[in-house]
Design a protein around this ligand. Structure first.
Ligand SMILES: [Cu+2]
Length: 210
């Protein structure tokens, strides 16, 4: 009797150790919501490296550069608790829309203050329906090792938006884009200036260079 009582909690513990990480590794397409639930605990403000985003405001999300036809985009993963942290600048499921004139250079700063790995990849819009998003739509358009992600860190990359179309800035960590971790990016042949629309607000032009 004593030995049963003694071993019982160890059994439970080993089950927890073995099975809890499984949803992160063995996600099927319809398991994205489970991923969200698994990641929820890590996203409720625990362990955020806040100094990485100190001083960043909405004006920094889209800002002109001193260089001609160049714009700076800052995307912060886990900016808020929206969508269990699987958001950029607080927005998920394409509810923020970057519009970039065709031919402009885009300098992206990606920041992930969270201990949960995230990344950023510019992909064709339909890639967000995949468990693993594909290659960047533009040369250079991704953080390093986007499928692994980075945590509590930042990375930058740049690309030339030379092909009009509907794209997304998506998280490349498996299952995250599918679970809503993406914002929309349109490359427009008609637009004269870059704009950013946050949720239901009107689109606003890029902030001045600083
Ligand atoms: Cu992510």
């Amino acid at each position: 009797m004593n030995s049963v009582l003694f071993h019982f909690p160890i059994w439970i513990l080993s089950l927890v150790i073995v099975f809890v990480p499984l949803p992160c590794r063995l996600l099927a397409a319809d398991d994205a919501s489970k991923a969200a639930a698994v990641h929820a605990g890590a996203h409720e403000g625990m362990g955020l490296k806040k100094e990485l985003i100190e001083g960043i405001t909405a004006a920094d999300f889209l800002r002109l550069s001193d260089k001609p036809k160049t714009v700076r985009v800052t995307v912060v993963a886990a900016y808020s608790t929206n969508n269990y942290g699987m958001n950029f600048n607080g927005f998920s499921y394409g509810k923020a829309i970057y519009k970039i004139p065709k031919g402009w250079s885009v300098e992206v700063t990606f920041i992930n203050p969270s201990p949960v790995p995230h990344s950023a990849v510019v992909v064709d819009r339909d890639q967000v329906k995949k468990l693993q998003v594909g290659e960047p739509a533009f040369k250079g358009g991704a953080t390093p090792s986007a499928n692994m992600g980075i945590s509590s860190n930042k990375a930058s990359f740049q690309f030339i938006a030379d092909e009009p179309g509907d794209y997304a800035i998506a998280c490349g960590f498996p299952s995250h884009a599918l679970a809503g971790h993406w914002v929309a990016l349109e490359v427009s042949a008609d637009a004269k200036v870059p704009t950013l629309q946050l949720g239901d607000a009107d689109p606003v032009q890029a902030s001045p260079a600083k």
